[in-house]
Design a protein around this ligand. Structure first.
Ligand SMILES: [Zn+2]
Length: 333
């Protein structure tokens, strides 16, 4: 078990405490932040940092010790802001490298696959970026990525997505940093991810198939779990029309724990503390569920688990032991 890289430095896995395994602190569109900062920050950057610190302090007060921030290179990461927030709040934040696209990639990537240029072998630029974030740090801050996040949505594992997944697998094996994913559970895209990872020699026990808790298809979920992979029951609070609601999501976790899978389940909300996608004042996210905040599991879901017969030991396994095992199992191979 090696130390876990957090934005404020390495932390021993047994010091992580209760962990939310898939959240986002800042999602601030880089070119908007650069060219139209007042639109991005809706006031000053300091205001947004203060706002995020207040929201994260509420999470820390619930006894949450760590959050894994799954915001990728192309999803509005802002490490300097994240570090400033973290200095104000007693919580560990694990930052991610990775890419979030359902298929399309900007031109930057198009002509830079793995290749030989002038007789010299060159890594895929995507792999090179993942490795730099993990070994040197993100955005010049020196804060190293502690997880690799990649995506397969309804479009499936298209050539672009496959290229990203293979780069993630190679960066993972070269550095030991675990992989977490976004899936579209309705399209069961977690299985294709695992297939690609395994063809790269990745041990499924080092992977989280994220957003699996959006599915109530136990056959699909068991097929993932039986590979040894973790699943993310990581969208509590994100209750959307046509998708499982709170009762169904609680029931899925309770049933899987009854079947003996507690040691492969991770919990989170996939919430975003501050995104420039929505206006804060007045808020333009009224169509989003009010429960979609990073305190919802502490306040509502854990009591619901207990009312449905889960033991504190099972809850502790999902919130404390599993994240420590995922993040601490970080030797290269
Ligand atoms: Zn997410």
């Amino acid at each position: 078990m090696g130390d876990v890289q957090t934005v404020l430095g390495p932390v021993s896995p047994d010091k992580l405490g209760a962990t939310l395994a898939h959240e986002h602190v800042f999602s601030v569109t880089p070119e908007i932040q650069r060219d139209f900062p007042a639109l991005s920050w809706q006031g000053t950057r300091e205001d947004a940092i203060r706002y995020a610190a207040e929201k994260l302090a509420e999470v820390a007060r619930r006894g949450i010790g760590t959050i894994i921030d799954c915001t990728t290179i192309d999803h509005g990461r802002d490490l300097p802001a994240l570090i400033e927030v973290n200095r104000q709040v007693p919580i560990n934040i694990v930052a991610a490298t990775g890419l979030y696209t359902h298929d399309k990639l900007p031109f930057f990537y198009k002509f830079r696959p793995e290749r030989t240029a002038g007789g010299v072998p060159r890594k895929d630029v995507i792999l090179e970026m993942f490795l730099q974030d993990i070994t040197e740090g993100i955005q010049g801050t020196g804060a190293k990525a502690g997880i690799i996040k990649v995506t397969t949505d309804a479009e499936g594992a298209t050539p672009n997505i496959e290229r990203i997944l293979r780069s993630a697998a190679r960066a993972h094996r070269e550095t030991g940093v675990p992989i977490t994913t976004h899936t579209n559970a309705a399209y069961e895209t977690g299985l294709a991810q695992l297939e690609i990872f395994r063809s790269e020699g990745v041990d499924p026990q080092r992977v989280v198939i994220g957003h699996s808790g959006d599915s109530s298809d136990f056959d699909y979920l068991r097929r993932i779990l039986d590979t040894g992979a973790f699943i993310g029951a990581d969208r509590f609070g994100y209750y959307r029309p046509g998708q499982p609601g709170i009762d169904a999501k609680v029931k899925t976790v309770v049933e899987l724990c009854r079947e003996g899978y507690a040691d492969q389940i991770l919990l989170a909300h996939d919430s975003v503390v501050y995104a420039d996608w929505w206006e804060l004042f007045p808020p333009t996210w009224e169509d989003l569920p009010a429960e979609w905040v990073p305190t919802h599991i502490s306040d509502t879901i854990i009591p619901a688990f207990q009312a449905n017969g889960l033991t504190n030991e099972q809850i502790d396994t999902m919130m404390v032991k599993n994240p420590a095992r995922l993040l601490g199992n970080n030797d290269a191979y």
